[in-house]
Design a protein around this ligand. Structure first.
Ligand SMILES: [Cu+2]
Length: 142
C-alpha cells in the first residue's frame, strides 16, 4: 500500500518535470518565428507596386489620382489599378452611366486605356465603389 503511493508520487513528479521542460522549450521559439513570418510577407508586397507603368490616373486606396485630368482631343488616358481589389472605370455618374466605357481592373497592376476624340467633360466612377469619382476634360486642339 505504502509502496504504491510512493510510486505514484514519483510518477506525478516526473510528469510535472516533463510538462515544465516541454513548455519551457516551446515558449522561446514561437515568438521569434511569428515575427519573421510577418516581416517576410510585408516586404515583397510593398516592392511589387513599382511596376514602372506609365499611368495617367492611378487608382489607389479607393481614389482616382488625379481626380480631374485635362487632355487634348485625340489623346488617350491610361488608368492603373494599384489596389489589391477590383475597381472599374465606368463612364458617367452612378445613377446615369453613359455607356461610353465600362472597364474592370481586377487586380494590382491592371490597366485600361480609353482614347478621347471629342472635346468635352467626361465624368466617370467605379461601379463597385460609387463614391470613387473622376473627370476627364478633353480640350480642342488649337
Ligand atoms: Cu472601386
Amino acid at each position: 500500500m505504502k509502496r504504491s503511493t510512493i510510486t505514484s508520487l514519483g510518477l506525478l513528479l516526473m510528469l510535472l518535470l516533463a510538462a515544465c521542460t516541454s513548455t519551457g522549450s516551446i515558449a522561446p521559439e514561437s515568438p521569434a518565428s511569428t515575427t519573421s513570418t510577418i516581416s517576410d510577407s510585408s516586404f515583397p508586397s510593398s516592392s511589387e507596386s513599382g511596376s514602372g507603368q506609365a499611368a495617367d490616373v492611378t487608382i489607389e486606396v479607393f481614389q482616382f489620382t488625379p481626380g480631374e485630368l485635362t487632355i487634348q482631343a485625340g489623346e488617350s488616358v491610361t488608368w492603373l489599378n494599384s489596389d489589391r481589389i477590383d475597381h472599374t472605370v465606368t463612364s458617367g455618374v452612378p445613377d446615369t452611366p453613359t455607356g461610353r466605357f465600362d472597364m474592370t481592373l481586377p487586380e494590382a497592376g491592371a490597366t485600361a486605356v480609353v482614347s478621347f476624340d471629342e472635346p468635352g467633360t467626361y465624368a466617370y466612377f467605379c461601379s463597385i465603389h460609387p463614391h470613387m469619382r473622376g473627370t476627364i476634360t478633353v480640350e480642342n486642339l488649337s
